[in-house]
Design a protein around this ligand. Structure first.
Ligand code: DC
Length: 232
């Protein structure tokens, strides 16, 4: 045990970037890993979701790149982790649950595809990570936001497994949906996110692929800590 604690303290200050498709377990793994290492957890998807929620409230269309870019540059997005919950705030208003609704999920890929939106978000994310000791999770964290991360992990899982996980997450939030709907949504988002012009979902050459289809969260965390000891 002492050995383990010593090893973990040697790992202070690193940047770990975790990427992968929708439902691959990025969020749960990154959050738990950050807690285990005493690192900051950065959920970059939550930032795009918060912007999407804010825009929908003000009836700004997900296709309106100019307005969304101006919003992305001016809005303050903050995180506070309390009792293992990552609270999200936009301009001081808590939107932790609001950003997970199907309506936001449906429009966020389009909002996140605008070049200006991405530039503004990447700047905010790089600033949050400048002192290290951070686990950053999201589509371009291994390629664009933290290209020099100490460890890059690409989490993957089968579409069926990812849809099943989403279904359970939504059920916990009281949202009723079907496995078929979730499989279709995940397939649609995969193809949109991989095919978009700016920062498409790609696997960084130096990212280590971890297939989580058969792994528990605890297994995933152990695997990444082992990788960190080896690579970082
Ligand atoms: O990981 P998530 O489902 O919360 O992400 C929501 C959306 O935001 C997803 O469709 C892709 C987009 N996203 C992105 O484009 N870049 C990131 N770094 C994170 C998320």
């Amino acid at each position: 045990m002492e050995d383990k604690v010593l090893n973990l303290s040697r790992l202070k200050g690193k940047i770990i970037a975790i990427d992968g498709p929708a439902g691959s377990g990025k969020s749960t793994t990154a959050k738990a890993l950050a807690a285990r290492l005493g690192y900051q957890y950065l959920d970059t998807g939550a930032m795009y979701r918060a912007l999407t929620w804010f825009a929908l409230q003000r009836e700004i269309a997900p296709s309106d790149g100019a307005k969304l870019t101006a919003l992305a540059s001016s809005l303050a997005i903050e995180f506070k982790t309390e009792s293992k919950i990552n609270h999200v705030y936009i301009n001081g208003q808590e939107v932790t649950d609001e950003i997970r609704t199907p309506e936001v999920t449906q429009h966020v890929s389009e909002v996140a595809a605008h070049k200006g939106v991405r530039k503004a978000m990447v700047e905010k994310q790089a600033e949050l990570g400048k002192d290290g000791s951070i686990v950053a999770e999201g589509r371009d964290t291994t390629t664009v936001v933290f290209p020099h991360a100490d460890l890059k992990v690409y989490l993957d899982a089968s579409v069926a497994e990812r849809a099943q996980r989403r279904l359970l997450d939504l059920a916990r939030m009281g949202v009723s949906t079907t496995l078929e709907e979730q499989e279709a949504d995940i397939t649609r988002r995969d193809s949109f996110d991989s095919g978009r012009e700016h920062s498409p979902l790609t696997r960084a050459k130096d990212a280590v692929v971890v297939d989580t289809t058969q792994l528990t969260i605890e297994d995933q965390i152990e695997r990444i800590i082992e990788l960190l000891k080896t690579y970082a």
